[in-house]
Design a protein. Structure first.
Length: 268
């Protein structure tokens, strides 16, 4: 055998030994890693306190990394706090209303869809036409959940929070007035009380806006009933043209706010 052949054979043998050794090392390494993972899983299963501590440390590390990379902490549960419902998840009638209101008041359809669905649920529970509740929302705030009048009427339904603070107690306090669904529920309850007290929808609306003892309600009742009629037609599938909102957020209640306070206080 020549020297070149011996050298070639030696290189082949060396390469084969290296490859075999590398395979053994990696194979044993993966086996060891698997064993460590298995033991760790068993330990964490047997020690819930250790598992919770490990999870907390991991979440803390992930939040720190997000803050470092993004400049803020991500919030995966934000979707759970969102007041929005896809229109395809709504019954046809409610989807029609949400779509029409979205176009008329230039607001996103999904949040309006959630409000329409809630109005239907609340309306059926307290026996008020849901489209009347929606009409009051439309005229009172134009679907601005942060609307506030100079006298303190707040939120979608422009409820006098200071007067009806007790109604917000079960929702965590008066700041819940700016939660859209909470404001809708409280406002619908106030509207129901006003209608029951007045004995008619028209009279209830006058009490709601604080014009129960006034000859002139500023056209409020006519605006609400007009919108109510349009919404009823939309719900039936009839073509109804959209127009500019009947009022700017908070403005309809403003002229009668002072009397609204007095009426609400006397009703308590």
């Amino acid at each position: 055998m020549t020297a070149i052949k011996r050298m070639t054979l030696g290189l082949k043998t060396f390469a084969s030994d290296v490859a075999e050794g590398f395979f053994e090392i990696t194979h044993n390494g993966f086996a060891l890693l698997g064993l460590v993972v298995a033991l760790g899983a068993i330990t964490l299963s047997a020690r819930p306190d250790l598992r919770q501590a490990t999870e907390a440390q991991l979440i803390g590390w992930l939040n720190a990394r997000q803050l470092e990379v993004l400049g803020f902490n991500a919030s995966p549960d934000a979707i759970e706090r969102t007041t929005a419902t896809p229109l395809q998840d709504l019954p046809t009638t409610q989807a029609r209303l949400a779509s029409w209101l979205s176009r008329k008041y230039r607001v996103a359809a999904e949040p309006v869809g959630a409000l329409v669905a809630e109005a239907y649920e609340v309306g059926q529970r307290i026996r008020i036409d849901p489209t009347l509740i929606i009409a009051v929302m439309a005229v009172e705030s134009g679907f601005n959940p942060f609307a506030q009048s100079p006298m303190g009427a707040q939120g979608l339904m422009q409820v006098m929070t200071g007067v009806h603070v007790d109604k917000y107690a079960s929702f965590g306090g008066k700041l819940a007035a700016f939660d859209p669904l909470t404001n809708l529920r409280v406002g619908a309850r106030v509207l129901h009380e006003c209608i029951a007290r007045a004995g008619s929808t028209e009279g209830g609306l006058r009490l709601y806006v604080g014009a129960g003892n006034r000859e002139d309600d500023g056209g409020y009742v006519a605006k609400v009933l007009g919108e109510h009629q349009r919404l009823a037609q939309v719900a039936q599938g009839k073509p109804v043209p959209t127009a500019q909102p009947a009022a700017t957020p908070g403005s309809p209640a403003a002229p009668a706010d002072a009397e609204k306070v007095a009426v609400a206080l006397s009703a308590r």
